[in-house]
Design a protein around this ligand. Structure first.
Ligand code: SF4
Length: 308
């Protein structure tokens, strides 16, 4: 999962950030730009993915419940009527036990009268570690959307990048979340398969078909200094594929993935070709756009404009 820093967020999130006691950098998905970001956990309970530097400087912990509830109260005083979305940070906040989650969701509902969505990052294991009843209780209390980043459906790649969960675990997590009424947004990562580019793309398409999320996104791998991936790159054991190679991966994923009805986006700043639409409805149009980009007929996002 690699998303934008809240410091770059616009509108109400900025206002809220100004009054919150955030610890370290805060990340959230692009679609949560207007959310109140509630930092309930610090860091990521896994923190091993080779490409990720988001929480490397943080030691994982769940914040004291009283502090979290205070943050909700404080945000409510400042911007309460304007909060329609709450994004619960940091890295895999679903890992929190229910004795934290339920009071948080209850307090958020009572303090933000216009609240319509609560979301969080989650690893597959966070979903699998919760019982069906616990997931249903979370949904009933107001949690509605999980952002899950398998990055690849290729188990060899998943092992190489120390993702911590294999493809089958992600499929089971998606099934379990759906059964509880939780929506899922799935994040994949172009270029992370390196010499397994074709296998990575095909297996990722298959994973999307099996997870069948209502939302999925493709980001592009960026080698961040200080990460294990940067060390591998320095030693010549990892290289980001060419831009054409990345576009071909994207093409394979769009061509082969068979979600029932998914909103698909590559609008993240890391991507060379920002596109969006619904799959399967817009498949042919998206493929035609990718083909035009491969033929050099569409300008790509310049390197200097790409970001994490
Ligand atoms: S699960 Fe991996 S990618 Fe996501 S925050 Fe943790 S270390 Fe980073």
């Amino acid at each position: 999962m690699r998303h934008v820093n809240a410091a770059r967020a616009r509108s109400r999130a900025i206002l809220t950030a100004a009054v919150m006691r955030y610890e370290g950098k805060i990340y959230r998905p692009p679609s949560e730009a207007d959310a109140f970001i509630l930092q309930a956990t610090i860091g990521c309970s896994w923190n091993h993915c080779t490409y990720c530097d988001m929480y490397r400087e943080k030691t994982f912990r769940v914040r004291e419940l009283a502090e979290i509830l205070d943050d909700i109260d404080e945000a409510a005083r400042e911007v309460g009527d304007h909060v329609e979305k709450v994004f619960v940070a940091d890295g895999d906040a679903l890992v929190m036990p229910l004795d934290h989650w339920l009071p948080i969701l209850e307090r958020a509902r009572s303090r933000f009268p216009n609240l319509r969505r609560v979301s969080a990052y989650a690893m597959a294991r966070n979903v699998l570690d919760k019982t069906d009843d616990e997931l249903r209780a979370l949904r009933e209390a107001g949690l509605s959307l999980l952002y899950v980043g398998p990055e690849s459906g290729d188990d060899v790649t998943l092992k190489r990048i120390a993702k911590g969960d294999d493809a089958a675990s992600h499929v089971e997590a998606a099934r379990k979340a759906r059964a509880a009424g939780l929506s899922m947004s799935v994040i994949t990562l172009l270029g992370i398969g390196m010499d397994r580019s074709e296998e990575h793309a095909r297996a990722t398409a298959e994973l999307i078909t099996k997870m069948d999320p209502p939302y999925f996104a493709a980001l592009t791998v960026t080698v961040v200094p200080g990460t294990p991936l940067a060390t591998l790159e320095r030693k010549g054991r990892f290289a980001v594929p060419s831009v054409d190679g990345l576009l071909r991966e994207l093409r394979t994923i769009v061509d082969l993935a068979r979600p029932t009805d998914a909103v698909f986006r590559t609008n993240h700043a890391s991507n060379y070709l920002p596109i969006g639409g619904r799959l399967p409805r817009d498949r042919e149009a998206i493929l035609a756009t990718i083909d035009r980009a491969l033929a050099g007929q569409i300008p790509l996002r310049p390197e200097r404009s790409r970001g994490l």
